[in-house]
Write a protein that binds this ligand. Structure first.
Ligand SMILES: Nc1nc2c(ncn2[C@@H]2O[C@H](COP(=O)(O)OP(=O)(O)O)[C@@H](O)[C@H]2O)c(=O)[nH]1
Ligand SMILES: [Mg+2]
Length: 239
């Protein structure tokens, strides 16, 4: 993972990645961060989406920086690169580097833990302070399978989400309910934000922009076999 990928404004730009002689093409890479109090199920929501797995002892996944899943949105191949806090949230030590370059965020609470919902406002503030202001945010009430222990009425979350302009889903990483729907909605919304920005950029394209995009190499997975062979935006640059 290199600095350009995370912080240089390249995430979300149109790229074509060639793996092993060209059998995988990726149009866009979207960085998404998952935040919220500890033990609300962030790591499990992520594993459910990227690997369709649920692990009762999720300590085993601590230390993984991000997971990816490649999917198609509006005929484009999107690599969702979803970042996990790896437990730092416990110490309120999620750094600004974590948010850098993020196009989307999921703020997760546990529907059975009122406190985790009460802290959502703080997490959203944190996002507003550190992330790009066009970041797309989804509020996620996880552990919806534990209805009998519910401590946060859906209406409270709907009201908060409406006030803050967030998408809202109740999910269960355990059963998988709504996890796909939440991520797809978030990624689709990112797609429209990025498309709009690309149009704006094309309209106001400058030599400086061309230079910034030209010849950048990105190491998507940290693996040497990945190489950006082409940045399509360049084709529209005359420099
Ligand atoms: N019943 C239920 N338990 C869950 C769900 N998601 C996570 N958990 C459990 O909640 C605990 C914390 O999950 P984890 O993903 O590690 O939370 P994190 O600290 O926010 O990453 C673990 O014991 C999980 O098994 C869910 O949707 N339903
Ligand atoms: Mg975790």
């Amino acid at each position: 993972m290199n600095a350009e990928m995370n912080g240089g404004g390249v995430v979300g730009k149109k790229v074509v990645v060639v793996r092993n002689g060209g059998d995988e093409k990726i149009d866009y890479v979207y960085k998404v961060v998952v935040i919220g109090d500890t033990a609300v199920g962030k790591t499990q929501v992520l594993s459910r989406f990227t690997r369709n797995e649920f692990c009762f002892d999720s300590k085993s996944t601590i230390g993984v920086e991000f997971q990816t899943r490649t999917l198609t949105i509006h005929s484009k191949i999107i690599k969702a690169q979803i970042w996990d806090t790896a437990g730092q949230e416990r110490y309120r030590a999620v750094t600004s580097a974590y948010y850098r370059g993020a196009l989307g965020a999921m703020v997760v609470y546990d529907i059975t833990k009122r406190q985790s919902f009460d802290h959502v406002a703080r997490w959203v503030e944190e996002l507003r302070a550190h992330a790009d202001n066009s970041i797309v945010i989804a509020l996620i009430g996880n552990k919806a399978d534990l209805e009998e222990k519910r401590a946060v009425p859906s209406e409270d979350a709907v009201e908060f989400a409406e006030n803050q302009g967030l998408y809202f889903f109740e999910t269960s990483a355990l059963t998988g309910d709504n996890v796909e729907a939440a991520f797809f909605k978030l990624l689709e919304e990112i797609f429209s934000v990025v498309s709009k920005k690309t149009l704006d950029h094309d309209a106001a394209k400058s030599d400086a922009d061309c230079l910034m995009l030209k010849g950048l190499k990105i190491d998507i997975d940290g693996g040497p076999e990945l190489e950006i062979s082409e940045m399509k935006k360049l084709s529209s640059c005359s420099c």
